[in-house]
Design a protein around this ligand. Structure first.
Ligand code: ADE
Ligand code: ZN
Length: 337
């Protein structure tokens, strides 16, 4: 990856990642390569002088993300982005990754739902053959694109069943639209397409946003969820329900949710009995990787090897997987001490 984590990673420890945006895995080098291959110029100001993605603040980050994603235009591009990312993950010891893929971004580049899905799926198959890593796809709607687009996306999932498409999610600007507005889309995704569901909440907004998602959407997981830590009753609810939190510590520091590890609630969430996992979110934007997040949990939060393995186990238990595949992956973990 272009931006390597500064902490040494333990590449032998088995890892699993539930929360990474596929378009957000493409490094500046790959984005430039795809733009050149597609004969397109990228928007001014996308990169800093030293070749990183350039953004300040959360909304600017989302815009930079959309601009960079516009270089991913063809089925082959999606295959390459997926294959390259999963190869990096496998080299760091990841045995399982769920990629959030956004057909709405692909559609902006003129690519159909079917071609986008086929590209991502072939990247997964290539990576499995090359590295033995397993992966699944979460089709992800974008909150600031609005509820109508989300419904269209859920319907497309129901019309296009695919063995690697197992989840439906929602990212984007959490402060736009209520979660309830997306209930029809999530109902279709859950009941008609049979997908596991997750939604970003408690990242750019507070505990009310997490409660809004839990009250209105059929989710078993929350993307981030960290600001639930401000509400003890909500923590109890998350712990009792076993809702899996897809925590992305470095992302939260880089987007300014918390100033440093000491202020980040990762350990408080775990101590409250919540099911926590470790995730990279948008690795090159935040200068991290999945291995970097495990290394950060150890160095910045005092996690032992047993705690890191427990996070992998929690991720596999909460993964949107059929039971035989889940069992095969769990069997690759060492016994808990
Ligand atoms: N899309 C890509 N990364 C995101 C994030 N961290 N939060 C919300 N939407 C996103
Ligand atoms: Zn995210």
């Amino acid at each position: 990856m272009d931006a390597q984590p500064s902490l040494p990673t333990d590449d032998r420890l088995p890892k699993a990642e539930l929360h990474v945006h596929l378009e957000g895995t493409a490094t500046p080098t790959l984005v430039r390569r795809l733009a050149a291959r597609n004969g397109m110029s990228l928007p001014e100001g996308l990169f800093s002088a030293d070749g990183r993605f350039l953004w300040t603040g959360f909304l600017h980050f989302l815009r930079a993300y959309d601009d960079a994603a516009s270089a991913i235009r063809t089925e082959e591009d999606y295959r390459d982005v997926t294959r390259e990312y999963l190869g990096h993950c496998a080299a760091e010891g990841a045995i399982y990754v769920e990629v959030m893929a956004s057909p709405d971004h692909a559609a902006l580049a003129g690519l159909s739902f079917e071609a986008h899905l086929a590209g991502v799926a072939s990247g997964i198959e290539d990576a499995r053959a090359a590295h033995g890593i397993e992966a699944r796809i979460i089709v992800t709607c974008v909150r600031h694109f609005g509820p109508e687009r989300a419904i269209e996306l859920a319907r497309a999932c129901a019309r296009n069943p695919h063995p690697l498409l197992t989840g439906f999610g929602m990212g984007g600007d959490e402060n736009r639209h209520s979660a309830a507005a997306f209930a029809p889309a999530f109902r279709i995704a859950r009941e008609e397409a049979g997908l596991g569901c997750t939604a970003h909440a408690g990242e750019a907004a507070g505990p009310d946003s997490v409660r809004d998602v839990l009250d209105h959407l059929p989710v078993s997981r929350i993307g981030h969820g960290v600001r639930a830590s401000e509400d003890p009753a909500l923590l109890d609810r998350l712990a009792a329900a076993g809702t899996v939190l897809e925590v992305c510590p470095t992302s939260n520091l880089r987007t300014g949710v918390y100033p440093d590890a000491a202020a980040h609630p990762l350990n408080r969430l775990r101590d409250a009995g919540c099911a926590v996992t470790l995730n990279s979110d948008d690795p090159p934007y935040f200068g991290t990787t999945i291995g970097g997040e495990y290394a950060f949990a150890r160095a910045g939060f005092g996690w032992t090897e047993a705690a890191l393995l427990a996070a992998t186990r929690t991720a596999l238990e909460g993964a949107f997987l059929d039971e035989p595949a889940r069992g095969r992956l769990l069997a690759r973990l060492p016994e808990a001490p």
